[in-house]
Design a protein around this ligand. Structure first.
Ligand SMILES: C/C=C/C(=O)SCCNC(=O)CCNC(=O)[C@H](O)C(C)(C)COP(=O)(O)OP(=O)(O)OC[C@H]1O[C@@H](n2cnc3c(N)ncnc32)[C@H](O)[C@@H]1OP(=O)(O)O
Length: 258
């Protein structure tokens, strides 16, 4: 395990705090650590949501540690691209809901980790960019794909091809973040959303997330068919019976995540 990430559990929510001062850059150690941590959380039936945040007031994350790329070593590039892929794809496959609490600079791979999450909350002074081309690189951790899905090709091209750095209010306006909050309040808001997730059936949430994310690769009618199949599959779960019966009995449901 790495000390570059601190993991705590609060109820059914896990909080992952990036802890690599000064700029929370990503290295082999922190990326491998993230993949392990998220996979463990994915196996933990008590965890329905995760929040990723930073321990720094200035940086959410400045992305890949550029010191690693100074020598132009292709094997380092190949390894880092793989570690980024494994970490952020594990995050995207997390069966619960992932929320990024963006409190400062989110640059390159530091924005891409937030793009791999389901929901983004940003503080008003936060700034975001995918500035890889400024240093002769490209966003290899899902940025070109995930940003396009969120904001469309036009803004994706403007951000990546022009290297533009935008402030959180504009990020909210174009749909890059879902929630804008005053400085110092991103974690609180992210936890509020996580608590809302905790009220929902975790098995139903996992199935809904699978359906929504399938849009990325499946054709529209395949999505409709899968929706119906997963709806019926939910009737194999205890949570389905618990959810409906709790409503009819006018009581709060007790989720089993099975
Ligand atoms: C697949 C993924 C690829 C990638 O992610 S490629 C990397 C993409 N990221 C970037 O290009 C961001 C690089 N960083 C910056 O542009 C600037 O930072 C900011 C604009 C975000 C902030 O600027 P300022 O307020 O002047 O802070 P500061 O002095 O630059 O940063 C504080 C310390 O943090 C180090 N640092 C910042 N980003 C990185 C980085 N990405 N890799 C390695 N070090 C970084 C600096 O050098 C410095 O360090 P010291 O205090 O020793 O001078």
């Amino acid at each position: 395990m790495t000390d570059k990430l601190i993991v705590e559990k609060q109820g059914h929510t896990a909080v992952i705090t990036m802890n690599n001062p000064p700029a929370n850059t990503w290295t082999e150690e922190s990326l491998k650590g993230l993949a392990v941590v998220v996979e463990e959380l994915n196996q933990d039936k008590e965890i329905y949501a995760l929040v990723i945040r930073s321990n720094s007031e200035k940086f959410f994350s400045a992305g890949a540690d550029l010191n690693l790329f100074a020598d132009g070593d292709r094997s380092v590039a190949r390894d880092m691209a793989r570690y980024f892929g494994e970490a952020f794809e594990t995050l995207a496959r997390f069966r619960g809901v992932s929320i990024a609490a963006i409190n400062g600079f989110a640059m390159g791979g530091g924005l891409e980790v937030a793009l791999a999450c389901d929901i983004r909350v940003a503080e008003e002074q936060a700034q975001m960019a995918l500035p890889e081309a400024k240093v002769g690189l490209l966003p290899c951790a899902g940025g070109t794909q995930n940003l396009t899905m969120l904001v469309g090709e036009g803004w994706t091209k403007r951000l990546i091809l022009c290297g533009e750095r935008i402030k959180a209010p504009l990020a909210k306006e174009i749909g890059l973040v879902e929630e804008l909050v005053p400085q110092g309040q991103s974690f609180e808001k992210a936890m509020e959303l996580a608590k809302a997730v905790e009220q929902q059936s975790p098995t139903a949430v996992a199935a809904c997330k699978q359906l929504i994310q399938n849009n990325r690769t499946n054709h529209w009618d395949a999505g409709y068919i899968l929706e119906r199949e997963l709806f019926v599959d939910l009737f194999h779960t205890e949570d389905q019976k618990e959810g409906v019966n709790a409503f009819l009995e006018k009581r709060a449901p007790e989720w089993k995540n099975q």
